[in-house]
Each structure stands twice: as C-alpha cells, then as structure tokens.
Design a protein around this ligand. Sequence first.
Ligand SMILES: NC(=O)CC[C@H](NC[C@@]1(O)OC[C@@H](O)[C@@H](O)[C@@H]1O)C(=O)O
Length: 266
Amino acid sequence: MLGLAACGGGSTDSSTGSSADNPYGLIKPGQLRVATLGDAKPYTFTDAGGQFTGFDVELFRDVAKRMGITDVVYTGQDFSALLPAVANGQFDAGVAAIGITEARRKTVDFSVGYLAGYLTVITKKDSGITSADGLAGRRLGVVQGTLQEAYAVKNFPKADLVRFPDNNAAVSALNRGSVDAHFLDYEAAKSYIAQFGLVSAADIPSFDAPAGFAIRKGNSALKAALDKALVAAMEDGTWKRLYEKWFPGSPMPQQYLPGGDHTGAP
Ligand SMILES: NC(=O)CC[C@H](NC[C@@]1(O)OC[C@@H](O)[C@@H](O)[C@@H]1O)C(=O)O
C-alpha cells in the first residue's frame, strides 16, 4: 500500500506533499516513520529490550526533536529493501548508515552527510586472510544492496561473493565456515569482532560517500528541515557527544564538529 502523504487542510504541494498542517510532507502529519536495521550495531540496532538505538537512531531522534517531532517510529528492514521503501512512500526516511552516492540519488534524496568512515573485511583468526589480496579464491559475504557489494564486485573480482539479506546471516555463516570473510561497516565490524573473537583483514575508506538520511525524492521541505537540524546538532556539540558515546576511541572526522564544513555533501 502506498503510504501517500496525508492531505490535511489547505492546498497540498503535489511535488513535496507538504501543506500548511503537514509542512514536511509526512505520511502521517506529526509522525516520522523510519526504515532502519536491527543488526548494524552501533549505528542502528535493537537493544535487549527490543528498542531501536545506536548512533544513527539517536542522532535522528535529536534532529526530529529540533524539527518539533517526538513521535518517531522505527521499523527494521533488510538493507536492500530500505531505499525502495522510502522511494515509494512507505516510510518518510531511511536511517541506517546509508552512504550518499549518485546512483542512490536517482531513487531518493539525502540530507547532508553526517558520518564518513571505513568499509571493513572481517574474518576468522586462522583463515589466512590478512589483506584484501587474500580474498582471491575465497568466499566473501556481503549484504545485498550495500556499497560493500558494489565495491567487492568492482575491486575483488577473484573473490567468490555470497550475498546475504543482513549482517546477522552473514556473520553466522562466517562463524560456521560457510563463508571465509564478511564485508561490512567499520564500527559494526568492531562490534562483531568483539562478540565473536574475529579479526579485521582490511579497512577501506568510504569518505566520498558519507552516510545521510534518505528521504523521498522531491521532498525539499523535509530535506531543508533535516539539514538545518543536523547542522545545529553538529554546531552545538550534540554530534560530537553521540559520536564519543557510540564510537569511543574511533578517529573523529573533523567536518562534523563545531565550525566544521558541515554541508560538504558529495
Ligand atoms: N547499514 C549498512 O549495512 C550500510 C552499509 C554501507 N554503509 C557505508 C557508510 O555509509 O557507512 C558509514 C560511513 O562509514 C560511510 O562513509 C560509509 O559510506 C552502505 O551505505 O551501503
């Protein structure tokens, strides 16, 4: 069912879906429906109580509050289903360490970037894989639809790619020996490494595709509000506080700190 933006009182702008009582063109005025992931800790994940949390989730909740919205509903999706669901109006936003790329901009719009980091290959200690070169002839897990999948297709032609719906499925395959390595985001890699005694074999910069909040194409009112609130969160140190909470000890990108070049979207 298409979650068409509710048409409240007054005329509705057909392109953005916004109107006087629904300024951000939301599916349900006053509520933000968000597609996210349950297994990309510490970016976005479900905690012991089944609540979605993590850096991206808490940053988005802060941004929503600055927009005057406290009713934020998170729903877990497979990554490959995330952007299509935002594009077709089932959700108002996608929040899941989603890298901003020109290919993705064809189907959704993005806020300004809020997190630039690395793509990481994890493997078992005794796999013999100690660098990207070691992936030749080995089975490499990727989550379908991710930048890791696209990067591996282009740069690891000799690896035998195995596509999974999510990180949990890929990591359990790695632990039982069905694949030799898995390719995911740096902070999530650190979390799985700590949980299962795995090791990192390669860190690949993805600074040209910082993560952004994905929204329906054309919803310029929502984009403007998200960008304004994101920059405010960076300027008043909220971004820094959340980064230190969720990524302790990780190198901190400077562009998201007070006085940084926040609007450096690619
Ligand atoms: N949650 C996921 O599985 C997303 C995987 C992958 N994330 C890449 C990324 O956005 O992760 C956060 C930062 O490190 C970005 O630089 C990076 O492009 C992607 O966008 O495809």
